[in-house]
Design a protein around this ligand. Structure first.
Ligand code: NAP
Length: 298
């Protein structure tokens, strides 16, 4: 099928981009192999998206989709399998139809790397979290474990130390990968405790929430929540060899332009320092605006 703008990925970035493109008068198709919403679907409660108050990730995802559809976006459950450009036309093969588009907005998101230990999946949303800004405020005055030794683990441990009574950083090596300045700040905090050279073997709970973690030395640490920051994996496999990537993240400029004219990227899949629903939605709007400019100049 033919369209003006093809959006790949229907999380907040993709649905925002699609809505803006359709509202600007473009025939817009948004595809996702999974249900629209992206990582929103894994967020139990969200309270920091401007204007909505406390809501569920699912409800917010639904309203993103409804709004996009109301602007004329066609949403399809199609997975993109390959992408190429012939002249000024993008050709994207999906598991359903072949799509020809003037511009493509790539908003396929990223997935958090998981530990893969027992209890991790069971307690997701019940004390197991991958986002301090999203879930930290639910654990005010409680004991919190943080896993990882990179910048995210250190930055978010510092943030969580302002909320929790104790923060226990568990890192598999005895040296941190994160910046020295962050390590110094962590060391200065009275309520951050380090458990180095250890991994989490199991997350235990009472069925309703996390109660403790069992470490690789056999010890058990009583905590109410565990925040896992062991890196994220961008869903950018489709663009390998097609657009420039940095450790898998799509390189963009401030206008969401990639190395391929007419291909834009938005949200968690692109190189960006802050990954939130609101920043993804903002990226989507900017990408649609840039796609508009690009198509007008074709
Ligand atoms: P990262 O730098 O890849 O660090 C991931 C951490 O998780 C590493 O310490 C790694 O251990 C550990 N890890 C990986 N797999 C694990 C496993 N299976 N079990 C236990 N531990 C595991 O990821 P990130 O911290 O999310 O940072 C991603 C990028 O964003 C980086 O480029 C970072 O500089 C940037 N960032 C910057 C800032 C800032 O500037 N303030 C803030 C956040 C993120 P090892 O060290 O042993 O490999």
């Amino acid at each position: 099928m033919e369209c003006d703008v093809l959006v790949i990925g229907c999380g907040p970035a993709g649905l925002s981009a699609a809505g803006y493109a359709a509202r600007a008068g473009y025939n817009t198709l948004a595809i996702d192999s999974l249900a629209p919403g992206g990582q929103l679907l894994y967020i139990d409660e969200i309270e920091n998206y401007p204007g909505t108050g406390k809501t569920s990730g699912y409800a917010l995802a639904e309203s993103f989709e409804k709004q996009a559809v109301s602007f004329g976006v066609r949403v399809e459950f199609w997975g993109a399998e390959s992408i190429r450009k012939e002249g000024n036309q993008f050709i994207v093969k999906t598991n359903d139809d072949e799509v020809h588009a003037k511009a493509v907005i790539f908003a396929s998101g990223a997935r958090h790397r998981h530990l893969g230990c027992p209890g991790e999946e069971e307690y997701q949303g019940k004390g197991v979290s991958y986002c301090a800004t999203c879930d930290g405020p639910f654990f005010k005055g409680r004991k919190i474990a943080v896993v990882g030794g990179g910048d995210t683990a250190l930055t978010d441990a510092l943030y969580l130390s302002k909320l929790g009574s104790e923060v226990h950083i568990i890192h598999r090596r005895t040296e941190f990968r994160g910046q020295k300045v962050l390590q110094d700040r962590v060391n200065e905090k009275d309520n951050i405790f380090l458990h180095l050279g250890l991994t989490v073997d199991e997350i235990r709970g009472d069925g309703k929430g996390v109660k403790s973690v069992r470490l690789s030395d056999g010890s058990e640490l009583a905590v109410d929540a565990i925040f896992i920051f062991v890196g994220i994996i961008p869903n950018s496999e489709l663009l390998e060899g097609f657009a420039e990537l940095d450790h898998g993240f799509v390189i963009t400029d401030n206008h969401m332009r990639t190395s391929v004219p007419g291909l834009f990227a938005a949200g968690d899949v692109r190189t960006t320092p802050f990954r939130q629903v609101v920043t993804a939605a903002g990226d989507g709007a900017a990408a649609a605006h840039s796609a508009d400019e690009y198509i007008q100049n074709l």
